[in-house]
Design a protein around this ligand. Structure first.
Ligand SMILES: Cc1cc2nc3c(=O)[nH]c(=O)nc-3n(C[C@H](O)[C@H](O)[C@H](O)COP(=O)(O)OP(=O)(O)OC[C@H]3O[C@@H](n4cnc5c(N)ncnc54)[C@H](O)[C@@H]3O)c2cc1C
Length: 276
C-alpha cells in the first residue's frame, strides 16, 4: 500500500522525540498503518528505535515493552528466547493460543507488536484477549511527561477505539504475577477456518480459587466476569448469555457470538474443573 500523504519519517530515540507535530502518528510494526490509506497522517514517528526491552521479569510480574513483537513474546513464552520464563507462571500456556488468534501471514506475525495490536484495539485483537485474560495493565506515557496506568479491559472502548488521548503512547503492558500463576485456558472460534476470530473466551483459576472469565472478539469491548470460585455450568452460562455488547458484522452475528461464547466458556469451565 502506498501511503501517499506521508512526507516525513522520524526515528524516536528519547521520550522528547514522541512530542508529535500536527499530522504525525507513531508507528510500531506498521502492519496496520501500511495496510490502508492514512488520509490524516503526514508523518510517522518510529517507536521501535527507542530501545525498549521486550520482556522484563520481576516479582511483581511481567512487563512487556509495547514494541515487543508478537513473535518475540511467543518465543519467550515457549522457552525459545534468551531467558526462560519462571516455571510457576503457568498461565503463559495461553500465549501461543492468543498469538495464533492473530491470523495473518508470517510477515505480519513477525513485525506486528504487542503495543500496536492493543492500540489498534480491534475487538478481535489477539493481544487484547491475552492482556484482558490476565488482568493486564497498560502503562501509558502522557505528552506532559507524566504516566498513567489503566487496565487493558477498560483501555479498549470499542471495536477500534481506546482511551488514548492525542500524543499519548503505550509504553508497556504489565501482567501481574498472581494472574500469571493461575491455571488458564483460551478458546477461539471463527466463521471461516482461517478467518479473524468471531469469539475468544478465556478462563482462569487463581491460587486462591477465584475464577475470571473474559470475552473478547464476541463483544465490542472486553467483558470481564469474576467469580469467587469456579462457577457452575449454570452460573457461567448465565453470565455469558446476559453479557452486553455482542455485535453483528461480517465475521458473525450477535446471536451467533452469544451462543458460541457460551459453548466455549463451558468447555473451559469443564476443563478447569477436571484439572483441579
Ligand atoms: C493481513 C492482516 C491481518 C491482520 N489480522 C489481524 C487480526 O487478526 N487481529 C487484529 O487485531 N489485527 C489484525 N491486523 C491488524 C494489525 O496488523 C495488527 O493489529 C497488529 O498487531 C498491529 O501492530 P503493529 O505493531 O503493526 O501496529 P502499527 O500498524 O504500527 O500501529 C497500529 C496503530 O496503533 C498505533 N500505535 C502503535 N503502537 C503504539 C504505541 N505503543 N502507543 C500508541 N499508539 C501506538 C499506531 O499509531 C496505529 O494507529 C491484521 C493486519 C493485516 C494486514
Amino acid at each position: 500500500m502506498d501511503i501517499t500523504t506521508v512526507t516525513s519519517y522520524r526515528t524516536a530515540r528519547t521520550r522528547d522525540d514522541l512530542l508529535l507535530a500536527p499530522g504525525e502518528a507513531v508507528i510500531a510494526g506498521g502492519t496496520w498503518l501500511m495496510s490502508e490509506p492514512q488520509p490524516g497522517t503526514t508523518g510517522f514517528v518510529d517507536l521501535t528505535t527507542l530501545g525498549w526491552a521486550d520482556i522484563e521479569v520481576s516479582p511483581a510480574g511481567l512487563r512487556i515493552g509495547a514494541t515487543c513483537t508478537i513473535a518475540r513474546l511467543l518465543a519467550w513464552a515457549e522457552g525459545r528466547g534468551d531467558a526462560t520464563p519462571p516455571a510457576e507462571w503457568t498461565a503463559l500456556s495461553i500465549v501461543p493460543d492468543a498469538a495464533n488468534a492473530l491470523l495473518a501471514s508470517f510477515k505480519i506475525w513477525n513485525t506486528a507488536t504487542v503495543g500496536g495490536n492493543i492500540c489498534r484495539s480491534f475487538a478481535a485483537g489477539a493481544m487484547v484477549s491475552l492482556a484482558a485474560a490476565l488482568d493486564g495493565v497498560a502503562e501509558i506515557w502522557m505528552p506532559d511527561g507524566d504516566s498513567r496506568w489503566q487496565s487493558v479491559a477498560e483501555f479498549v472502548t470499542g471495536n477500534g477505539t481506546n482511551t488514548l488521548a492525542p500524543g499519548e503512547v503505550l509504553r508497556a503492558v504489565h501482567l501481574p504475577a498472581a494472574a500469571l500463576r493461575s491455571r488458564a485456558r483460551l478458546r477461539k472460534i471463527a466463521l471461516a477456518e482461517l478467518g479473524r476470530s468471531g469469539a475468544v473466551v478465556t478462563g482462569r483459576v487463581d491460587e486462591d480459587g477465584a475464577a475470571v472469565f473474559v470475552l473478547t472478539a464476541a463483544t465490542l469491548t472486553p467483558t470481564v466476569m469474576r467469580f469467587t470460585e469456579l462457577p457452575t455450568n449454570t452460573e457461567v452460562a448465565d453470565a455469558v448469555t446476559t453479557a452486553s455488547g455482542y455485535y453483528t458484522d461480517p465475521l458473525g452475528s450477535a446471536d451467533w457470538r452469544r451462543g458460541v461464547s457460551a459453548v466455549l466458556a463451558e468447555q473451559i469451565r469443564a476443563e478447569l474443573e477436571a484439572a483441579a
